[in-house]
Design a binder for this molecule. Structure first.
Ligand code: SF4
Length: 382
């Protein structure tokens, strides 16, 4: 539960639900007044939504056709003569590992008493091995696959592939932009140094024309690209079928691999909210931004609510540690290692980020949250 305060008021944000707070409920410091806090804590305990599906992330390959400097799978910076930073060890899913993953998932779901499976196909770049994406989807279908999503850089997506993916049950694809074409192409380059902005847009347009796949557009905001975010949102709004896309903006700073693009969060707060509103005006679906929330993968040990599995069937506690040396916590064939063995390896999302808390970044997120919620409220959203 968190209180988001902005220019227009304060909202209570709790597990995906939003409640507008009257001004008297919040102190000038932005905290809840005591009697209100007691009631809301009680309501939150009573109304906590149950976990309805088992969440599974599978890396179909750790290889990638791009070399983004901030990728958390990088193990260092690129050499001067290369566009490709060194990455975690190369692994690619095969049919046997897909079957092992399906059996493991079935055991975990039985233990959790869950019948539905929510799958995220992850990489590297999953579309380097589309046949293994199909194999995985097929292997998981009898296990209770209800929802299948994929994170892809979009460079290999084309209308024929999109049709095959849709026919195999894939419903959503998340793709990232790193600013307008000039800034994006400086970051998201292929291994020959070619930019990918135009290709990704053309591929999404083609996939939208060919299928009903939904797209989740992520925009990474850094010090290097923030001046062009207005133009980017406008360009995406004009080129894509915005009504079939969700859009979210993320503040990207340092990574363990040495990439630094720290933004001035204080200065950014106003613009961050304005970009969200611009996206809404363009017709995108925009959910209020959230700081790090509950995670179904790493919050509880032993994959109780969800599991992250590398392409070779090795288990990890979260996306960030997947494929990282010394962070394996089990295998799909044998299950999780003993609690004692994983004691120091069960890391949580963001474990590589050693920075102090960023209160100004949280304020920027809060202001954007309130701006989005008030925009929707003013248009009659419940
Ligand atoms: S496209 Fe994704 S997986 Fe590939 S380098 Fe960039 S951030 Fe990493």
């Amino acid at each position: 539960m968190r209180i988001a305060t902005g220019d227009e008021g304060a909202w209570l944000v709790s597990d995906g639900s939003y409640t507008r707070l009257p001004p008297w409920a919040v102190t000038p410091a932005g905290t809840l007044r005591r009697p209100v806090r007691g009631v809301l804590n009680m309501l939150e305990r009573q109304n906590k939504p149950p976990v309805r599906a088992y969440h599974l992330t599978v890396l179909t390959t750790t290889n990638c056709n791009l070399g983004c400097a901030y990728c958390f799978q990088n193990t260092g910076a690129a050499k001067a003569d290369s566009f490709k930073p060194p990455r975690i060890d190369a692994k690619t899913l095969n049919a046997e590992a897909a079957r092992d993953i399906a059996r493991f998932t079935q055991r975990q779901m039985r233990a959790a008493g869950l019948k539905d499976l929510d799958l995220l196909v992850f990489g590297g770049e999953p579309l380097l091995v589309p046949h293994m994406v199909f194999t995985l989807l097929k292997a998981l279908e009898p296990v209770g696959l209800q929802r299948a999503r994929m994170i892809s850089n979009g460079v290999r997506l084309n209308s024929a592939l999109a049709r095959q993916l849709a026919a195999s049950g894939l419903r959503e694809v998340q793709t990232t932009f790193d600013g307008r074409q000039a800034e994006h192409d400086a970051v998201r380059r292929d291994h020959r140094g070619r930019g990918t902005y135009r290709t990704i847009i053309e591929n999404i347009v083609a996939a939208q024309e060919a299928t009903d796949i939904l797209f989740s557009i992520r925009i990474n905001v850094t010090a290097d690209n923030e001046h062009g975010i207005d133009a980017l949102v406008e360009d995406l709004g004009q080129q894509l079928d915005a009504g079939r896309c969700t859009l979210h903006l993320a503040l990207v700073d340092e990574t363990a691999a040495g990439f630094t693009a720290a933004t001035d969060h204080k200065r950014l707060a106003e613009r961050f909210a304005a970009w969200h509103i611009a996206a809404l005006e363009q017709g995108f679906q925009v959910t209020p931004p959230t700081p790090q929330a509950r995670c179904l993968y790493c919050d509880k040990r032993r994959g109780v609510e969800g599991a992250v599995i590398n392409a070779d069937g090795t288990l990890y506690s979260c996306w960030d540690s997947a494929g990282q040396k010394g962070y394996d916590v089990g295998t799909a064939t044998e299950g999780y290692y003993s609690d004692r063995r994983v004691e120091d390896r069960w890391v949580r999302c963001g474990y590589q980020d050693h920075r102090e808390p960023q209160p100004e970044a949280e304020k920027a997120i809060d202001r954007a949250t309130v701006a989005v919620l008030e925009w929707k409220r003013s248009r009659g959203a419940p």
